[in-house]
Design a protein around this ligand. Structure first.
Ligand SMILES: Cc1cc2nc3c(=O)[nH]c(=O)nc-3n(C[C@H](O)[C@H](O)[C@H](O)COP(=O)(O)O)c2cc1C
Length: 184
């Protein structure tokens, strides 16, 4: 698929996945390699990844939350960073979060290019019980945390696409002339 088609096609699939349609292991590797190829501050390559496709691990994950993609996707990629990424927002922390976002976006695009649906799920894993639980399930050491999980698979039904604002409401040329919406 041509790059700009992939960009246009990507969306966050928030309804059910088809649990029966599995994701090929080589595709999961390709997706994670796309994440590893992302830019990172000082080439730190700080994000780490856990590919989850084992039924017994997935079953445990599903106990964490009633999130629909979490409960239906046949495979996941957990994206890990350092716990400080949620403690203080200094430059180093910003870099950790930016590194992780860059890797995540490349994986979302890679999954889309391979014909899968995917999403960005971090809501259920905020620090607290659910974070502790996922770290326990995935044997994550105490100096790492799971910031988000990417569900990957085929949709059980087509999910809704979200409208993007017109170009002029988000970008301008050479000067700040973004057309803000009235309520801002
Ligand atoms: C930082 C961040 C956190 C997000 N957390 C969640 C989440 O916890 N659950 C979820 O369903 N979607 C989550 N999303 C996906 C957004 O809801 C989605 O990207 C947005 O609504 C735009 O839709 P689109 O991705 O289909 O273009 C997150 C996205 C970002 C960038």
């Amino acid at each position: 698929m041509e790059f700009f088609q992939v960009v246009a096609k990507r969306y966050s699939h928030k309804t059910a996945f088809d649990s029966e349609k599995k994701v090929a292991e080589e595709d999961l590797i390709k997706i994670v390699e796309a994440g590893m190829a992302a830019p990172s501050a000082g080439n730190s390559q700080s994000p780490e990844f856990i590919i989850i496709n084992d039924e017994s691990v997935i079953e445990e994950l599903r106990k964490i939350s009633d999130n629909v993609p979490l409960n239906t996707a046949p495979a996941f990629i957990a994206v890990l960073t350092r716990p400080r990424a949620r403690e203080v927002l200094d430059i180093a922390t910003e870099c950790l979060i930016a590194d992780l976002s860059a890797s995540t976006v490349q994986m979302l695009l890679a999954a889309t290019a391979l014909g899968y649906c995917c999403g960005w799920v971090d809501g259920p894993f905020v620090p607290g019980d659910a974070q502790a639980k996922i770290c326990e399930i995935l044997s994550v050491p105490s100096d790492r945390m799971v910031l988000l999980v990417i569900p990957v698979g085929y949709p059980a039904e087509a999910g809704p696409r979200r409208e993007k604002k017109p170009f002029e409401q988000r970008a301008s040329w050479n000067q700040y002339e973004v057309e803000r919406e009235a309520q801002e």
